[in-house]
Design a binder for this molecule. Structure first.
Ligand code: SAM
Length: 306
């Protein structure tokens, strides 16, 4: 198994996607290519469009999936743009996977600036362009910072942390992982635990990469290019992402979407599909023991109506 990234809940993903020959699948977050490989191995005549916004991930996936090169095509960019791809528009998708968040490689490569390990830079961009974490922490208003820490980090002292970051701008700013951890320590009034650090760094990462925006745009766009019977599987690692997925799947599975005050049903009256996961699916204990980074994974699946 590659140390770049171990695919999470690969068995469950295959059970839901049920890849068949002649099928065309989207892996919107190919990372190290583990899930794409599993799909390609499950059927000898299916194809995958493998997308990632991180050029280093795409290069790794291209290498790892070289034996399958005739059946996989790589596309750089955000998954919410994949539905505009001409082949996707022509053929439609027989299944799609979004395995959200970051890969082990991104977290482990200090130079990428995702980590709270001491002395690391603050970057956190999955793509080469855009506002990095350093710039966000140097330029965002107190309101924006407080919202990021509250909404994405579920930090009860979000406002205090935002204020501490603004205060530090007059004395050198927040330039490294140590500076952000030090600001967090002041706002908490104690040494932050590993979990405290992980929550706050994850919150900044979600904001830097506009991850919620990509998910909110991507879900309906991908739904609209799914063929009848095609399944969309999403693995989230954050409660906010999981809530967005759960609400979208519930909304698309409703029979009637008229406003409650409507006296008669004037909508299509047909659900767009069905949610296949009544309850969120979590990794087994064995998987978490083998791969501790799987522990926060939350999987949901939805099938387009036939
Ligand atoms: C958890 S990893 C995926 C791992 C992959 N399933 C595997 O088996 O190796 C998430 C990957 O998705 C990419 N990513 C995150 N958000 C994305 C988005 N909105 N569009 C495209 N790629 C994204 C990240 O760069 C990262 O490589």
């Amino acid at each position: 198994m590659s140390s770049w990234h171990q695919p999470v809940m690969a068995r469950e993903v295959l059970d839901f996607l049920d890849p068949r020959n002649a099928g065309f699948f989207l892996d919107g977050t190919v990372g190290g290519g583990g899930h794409t490989r599993a799909i390609l191995e499950a059927c000898s005549d299916c194809r995958v469009l493998a997308v990632d916004r991180d050029p280093e991930a795409l290069a790794e996936a291209r290498d790892a999936l070289a034996p399958f090169r005739a059946r996989v095509r790589f596309l750089a960019g955000r998954f919410d743009r994949a539905p505009r791809d001409p082949e996707v528009r022509d053929r439609g998708l027989d299944g799609a996977l979004l395995d959200l968040g970051v890969s082990s490689y991104q977290l482990d490569a200090d130079a990428r600036g995702f980590t709270f390990r001491p002395g690391a830079p603050l970057d956190m961009r999955m793509e080469a362009d855009g506002r990095d974490a350093l710039t966000l922490l140097a330029e965002a208003s107190e309101e924006e910072l407080a919202r990021i820490f509250r909404d994405y980090g579920e930090e009860p002292r979000a406002r205090r942390l935002a204020r501490e970051i603004i205060k530090r701008r007059t004395s050198g700013g927040v330039c490294t992982s140590d500076d952000l951890v030090a600001a967090l320590a002041v706002s908490l009034g104690r040494a932050p635990s590993q979990q405290d650090k992980a929550r706050i760094f994850q919150a900044v990462r979600i904001a830097v990469n506009e991850e919620m925006e990509a998910l909110e745009a991507g879900l309906p766009a991908i739904r609209d290019v799914m063929n009848a019977g095609g399944v969309l599987v999403v693995i989230a690692y954050h409660s906010l992402e999981d809530r967005a997925v759960k609400n979208a799947f519930r909304e698309w599975s409703r029979t009637c979407v008229c406003p409650p005050e409507s006296p008669v049903c004037t909508c299509r009256g047909e659900p767009l599909g069905e949610t296949l996961t009544r309850k969120v699916v979590r990794p087994s204990q064995e998987e978490v023991a083998r791969n501790p980074r799987a522990r926060s994974a939350l999987l949901r699946a939805w099938r387009r109506a036939a």
